[in-house]
Design a protein around this ligand. Structure first.
Ligand code: EPU
Length: 426
């Protein structure tokens, strides 16, 4: 078991580079299943979730080669891949369900273990299932697996999502590109990662109109061909660095960061007293001496991303004043509040609202990461806490961040990865 040991008190300064987005690359890897041959993805981060998806594709009969230094990952798909995603992998990474749509489209059958709840909430799949059923699939739950079949192939249909779910939009787009006829998907997610997927699919030969809007019109084609594709920059990693600068009163240039994907986030940071400006190949954030309080509510893109909510709680924990943070997507995302409270943050949670009363300083303590973003937010809190903070269970952080502690050290932070012996009960 590993942990990060952080000694707080450094003002972060320097340049940091953002890799391709985790939440895009995982779906692009799944999309490779739609064509026989080799798809190559560029700017792929070296994170645990990419390795889990690679293992999943391996078990489906694909060959995955990853050149870490160059961030290049290629997926070679055979003419007849398998169609089952095992429980051990889906359990380890919920995004495994994004193979459901492509397998059903290409193999006309898919068996994907049903993911349970996770640390950020119950996370339903009803929209994925109803959408695939509308495209003609029969879907049922058998022995803990979603078993989907469309023996004569999928057929285009009109589907209106109840909520712009990222995962359901992606699964349905990947299913519809090889369906017979025309599919109209309404009220879809517009996250940059969804747009990235649509762009790659179009380059593979898919016919998709309305990309980046709320309605996608897809004309099914007979087959797709493999391509090389550069992954969209990780806006949540870029946002993490923006918060890191804002929290520590630092001065950080986020290279490769797409500020246009973070407009509302950067506006909120400006309201909190940070200075944000354009920089060559990215943007620069200079943090205030002490942040001002601002209110935030999470919403689907282009709203404030739920993935950056824990960072906002951490920033507001040391702000001058009180603020209200509202979580509208994942009900359990405030669980980490109990951990940040160990550092002295004053946060009261009431349903999906967190009322944060800023304090002048936090004090270092051992804490535990419960998910990727909560873990990274605790690391940032440790950077401004007095003394030493140990963030346990960093495997969660490694799922989504490519060498977080190395990049932090590059900006001057005192952060070490340490081994923690497991406690053996007598
Ligand atoms: N939902 C349903 N039914 C469905 C689908 C979703 O009720 O069929 C609900 C969920 O329970 C949730 C809401 O809709 O309350 C939003 O879920 P969505 O489907 O949009 O999210 P996701 O696809 O499961 C992705 C990211 C998350 C990110 C969300 C929201 C990946 C692998 N994950 O999840 O990222 O928070 O979109 O933007 O793309 C992370 O990176 O740490 C992470 C959790």
């Amino acid at each position: 078991m590993e942990a990060f040991r952080i000694v707080g008190g450094t003002r972060l300064q320097g340049d940091v580079r953002v890799p391709g987005a985790k939440n895009s690359v995982l779906k692009l890897m799944a999309a490779a299943l739609l064509a026989e041959g080799t798809c190559t993805l560029v700017d792929v981060p070296d994170i645990l979730d990419v390795r889990i998806m690679a293992e999943l594709l391996n078990r489906l009969g694909c060959e995955v080669a990853y050149e870490i230094g160059r961030g290049t990952l290629s997926v070679t798909v055979p003419s007849g891949p398998g169609h089952r995603a095992d429980y051990d992998l889906v359990r380890a990474m919920r995004a495994s369900i994004s193979v459901l749509g492509p397998l059903l489209a290409r193999q006309h059958a898919a068996e994907v273990a049903l993911p349970g709840g996770d640390a950020i909430g119950s996370r339903g799949l009803d929209m994925h299932v109803q959408g695939l059923q509308a495209l003609g699939a029969e879907v049922e739950l058998r022995h803990g697996y979603l078993v989907a079949e469309a023996p004569r192939g999928l057929i285009g249909a009109e589907v209106r999502l109840e909520f712009p779910s990222v995962g359901a939009t992606e699964n349905l787009v990947m299913a519809a590109v090889l369906a017979k006829g025309r599919t109209v998907l309404d009220n879809v997610a517009r996250e940059p990662e969804v747009v990235d997927l649509c762009r790659m699919l179009r380059r593979m030969g898919a016919r998709i109109e309305g990309v980046a809007g709320s309605t996608l019109e897809i004309e099914g084609v007979e087959g797709l061909h493999p391509v090389e594709h550069r992954v969209v920059p990780d806006r949540i990693a870029a946002g993490t660095w923006a918060f890191a600068a804002a929290m520590t009163g630092g001065d950080v240039v986020v290279r490769g960061g797409e500020s246009g994907h973070l407009e509302l986030v950067l506006d909120k940071l400006t309201d909190a007293g940070a200075q944000v400006s354009d920089a060559m190949d990215g943007f620069r954030v200079v943090g205030p001496q002490r942040p001002r309080s601002v209110d935030v509510a999470t919403l689907p893109y282009p709203g404030f991303p739920t993935d950056l909510q824990p960072f906002m709680v951490a920033l507001m924990a040391v702000a001058d004043g009180a603020s209200m943070i509202t979580e509208n997507l994942f009900e359990a995302r405030f669980r980490f509040v109990q951990e940040i409270a160990r550092l002295g943050a004053q946060v009261r949670v009431d349903g999906h609202h967190a009322y944060v009363r800023g304090v002048p300083g936090l004090s270092g303590a051992p804490v535990e990461a419960s998910d990727i973003r909560a873990g990274a937010a605790l690391v940032l809190a440790g950077l401004v806490a007095d003394g030493e903070t140990t963030v346990h269970e960093v495997a969660h952080i490694d799922r989504g961040y490519d060498g977080l502690e190395v990049a932090l050290r590059g900006l001057g932070a005192d952060v070490q990865r340490i081994g923690v012996p497991a406690v053996e009960p007598i």
